[in-house]
Design a binder for this molecule. Structure first.
Ligand SMILES: [Zn+2]
Length: 199
């Protein structure tokens, strides 16, 4: 991932967002002009832009750049891809890991691209269910395959901070298609990603 590149910001967008964030700080009863908060609206604006940068990406395009022919139909797994997203109901973070498995049908994708696909879908206002389903659909549609499976494990700050979710709870969502409808194949995938490693 190109995380070492310094991001370029649209200064007009940063200023617009910052003025709204400043207003929010004031509405919350704080003084946006006190020393500690002086640069907060600009910083928070840039953080929001970073955390929603997925809107400027094209996940299908990311995959198409790195397809290679391949003549095996054994399962390919990229597991524990770390992601950070924003819950669309509270605009609070939810984060965790995503594991993707697929059975190639003549082609494979460069492995780092799957992490980029995760990032492109996570960095926007999301719900975990859609994040999981969309990644599955994108892989399904853009790589010739006999089946795709995606498992997402996440912790939601909107649940934890409000005390609805206990500290150790994670939410697991799953989406699959093709040969992964077969329970034995699913089990093989779960064994390989070792879903219960933290328990
Ligand atoms: Zn929420």
């Amino acid at each position: 991932m190109s995380n070492n590149k310094k991001p370029q910001y649209d200064s007009e967008l940063v200023d617009k967002l910052a003025s709204h964030i400043s207003a929010i700080i004031e509405l919350l009863g704080e003084d946006p002009h006190r020393e500690g908060l002086l640069k907060t609206p600009q910083r928070a604006a840039k953080a929001l832009i970073d955390n929603t940068s997925g809107y400027n990406t094209n996940a299908s395009q990311l995959i198409k750049q790195a397809l290679f022919s391949h003549h095996s139909d054994q399962m390919v797994i990229v597991k524990d891809i770390e992601f950070y997203s924003l819950c669309e109901h509270h605009i609070l973070p939810f984060f965790g890991t995503i594991s993707i498995g697929y059975i190639p049908d003549g082609e494979i994708v460069g492995l780092s691209k799957l992490a980029r696909v995760v990032e492109s879908q996570a960095r926007r206002l999301q719900v975990q269910e859609r994040l999981t389903a969309d990644i599955c659909d994108i892989v399904e549609e853009n790589i010739k395959n006999k089946g795709v499976i995606v498992v997402c494990e996440a912790a939601h700050m909107c649940m934890k901070m409000r005390g609805i979710e206990k500290q150790e709870t994670t939410t697991v969502t799953i989406q699959y298609c093709g040969q992964f409808k077969n329970v034995e194949l699913q089990q093989q995938f779960f064994n390989l990603i070792n879903l219960n490693k933290n328990k």
